[in-house]
Design a protein around this ligand. Structure first.
Ligand code: PNW
Length: 492
């Protein structure tokens, strides 16, 4: 693959939605302000600070709890149509359950939302971006079968309190990072490392919880509120390293393990977990001496509840990987585990430009590859890019030419996909500003705005990429020659 030449004659339609995205734990701070309960990231970072690369945590983060008006001012500077952010479950429901509503938390989100609405910026709300109330984790979290009801109750509260103004709801952000990284491995809270079964038990409950919240919205809120409800799945592109049949099989198994596990039950006609992966897990489980497959199955009723439970498909897309059957690319995975079950290994070519994050490189035209694949598989549905972005090091500063190059390449690839007929209706850049990058702490920066974490006020300063993104939004056009005259930001 070679990068496509950039075409200048293409535009984004006026109704295309440009925004940025963030998540509660990564920006808010105020970890115990005004009655907020403890969540799994508070608990983990306080009790095991060594799991975070620089021993930082989200206690203060970008302090959006006290800076929300400045955040909205930045949205206005950029000229955003929409802003995607998440609600902190434990800020609203300190114990996780609806018997105890923290009204100060409700007020905080009301203020944030009202400030956006005042300036005609559409709030897009994620209900769950990884910060489960610790009390629910102590009851098993996502692998307690009653989780699906706890989540529906929480979702109903959010629809009730905010649904008059919020018309775009995302139930979960990135099931893979929740279920594989949090339950099947130890790279996100709650670091359970239950490699054999964790991913699969979580995956089943997660899609059922999503479907219950979706149906609650459709039945009891949508008729009056007229919004939409969907889910966001991380869909990086996994293509075959060569044209060999083996590599094609590896790529398909990898896609099923990475995102098919969560997309197939919701977006496919037949529902349920992906076929080839299910077969491999069943076979391996039998050989490993399990009494039944480590991957649970769906009852007919569950399958029907989940399939078709969406108004749109939200996609977080960052990069691509090549799947290979070749010996030199084989990676060791714990046995049993999701990736061992999938038998697949991946690598990335050395000549793809590197970001500050080990997993993130600039892959040629990966948005086109991922979205045309999704459209061919799941049909002509509405898609949104709910995250896409690039990391730099904390010392890289304000002149972020590599981030500018990444955004231009990504948006060109998105236009290619639209030209091929994929209905991508919006794009959210990750992120509005630097924030707490999970296990990496603040060692990797994704912001269009730099945040000064040494400054108690957490001042925010636009990077060059902020000006370039603003220019694209305003003109609905990617001008590859545009250079901001200065880094002085104004509201147009
Ligand atoms: C997303 N990968 O996570 C999350 O939704 C954000 O909270 C996070 O800050 C952002 O991307 C940047 O990391 C991802 O390995 C984590 O491909 C890992 C991957 C993709 C997305």
């Amino acid at each position: 693959c070679t990068a496509k030449t950039v075409r200048q004659d293409r535009r984004f339609p006026d109704d295309f939605i440009f925004g940025t995205a963030t998540a509660s734990y990564q920006i808010e701070g105020g970890w115990e302000a005004d009655g907020k309960g403890e969540n799994i990231w508070d608990y983990m970072t306080h009790n095991k600070p060594e799991v975070i690369k620089d021993m930082t945590n989200g206690d203060i983060a970008a302090d959006t709890y006290n800076n929300y008006k400045r955040d909205v001012e930045m949205m206005r500077e950029l000229g955003l149509d929409a802003y995607r952010f998440s609600l902190s479950w434990a800020r609203l429901l300190p114990d996780g359950f609806t018997n105890n509503v923290n009204e100060a938390g409700v007020t905080f989100y009301n203020n944030y939302i009202d400030e956006m609405i005042k300036y005609n910026i559409q709030p897009m709300v994620t209900l769950y971006h990884w910060d489960l109330p610790q009390k629910l984790q102590e009851l098993g979290g996502f692998v307690n079968p009653l989780f699906t009801d706890w989540f529906e109750d929480y979702a109903r509260l959010a629809f009730e309190r905010f649904g008059d103004r919020v018309k775009f709801w995302i139930t979960f952000n990135e099931p893979r990072e929740i279920c594989y990284e949090g339950y099947g491995a130890a790279t996100k809270a709650p670091i359970l490392n239950a490699t054999a079964v964790g991913t699969y038990l979580c995956a089943k409950n997660l899609v059922i919880a999503h479907a219950k919240a979706y149906h609650a919205y459709v039945k009891d809120f949508k008729p009056n509120q007229n919004g939409q409800c969907g889910i966001t799945i991380s869909v990086n592109w996994f293509g075959p390293a060569t044209d060999s049949e083996e590599d094609h099989i590896m790529a398909e198994l990898r896609r099923q393990a990475e995102w098919g596990l969560y997309a197939e039950p919701i977006f496919s006609q037949q529902g349920g977990f992906p076929k080839e992966l299910s077969e491999r897990v069943a076979e391996k489980s039998a050989k490993q001496g399990y009494a039944s497959s480590r991957m649970p199955s769906f009852t007919d009723e569950e399958r029907d509840l989940v399939r078709g439970s969406f108004d749109f498909f939200g996609v977080n897309h960052y990069t691509a990987f090549l799947a290979s059957a070749a010996k030199e690319h084989k990676t060791y995975y714990p046995v049993p585990s999701l990736y061992d079950d999938s038998d697949s290994s991946t690598y990335t070519p050395d000549d793809w430009p590197k970001s500050a994050s080990g997993w993130l490189k600039l892959a040629p035209n990966s948005i086109f590859d991922a979205f045309t694949f999704l459209r061919n598989k799941y049909g002509d549905i509405d898609f949104y890019v709910t995250e896409n972005g690039w990391s730099t090091s904390p010392t890289a500063g304000l002149i972020d030419d590599d981030r500018v190059r990444y955004y231009r390449a990504a948006l060109n690839s998105l236009l290619d996909a639209r030209e091929a007929g994929v209905n991508i209706k919006g794009y959210m850049a990750w992120s509005l500003m630097d924030n707490f990058e999970w296990m990496e702490g603040i060692t990797e920066r994704f912001g269009l705005y730099e945040v000064d974490f040494e400054d108690p006020a957490r001042s925010r300063t636009p990077r060059k990429s902020a000006f370039v993104y603003k220019h694209i939004i305003k003109n609905r056009y990617i001008d590859s020659d545009y250079k901001p005259e200065s880094l002085t930001m104004t509201i147009d």
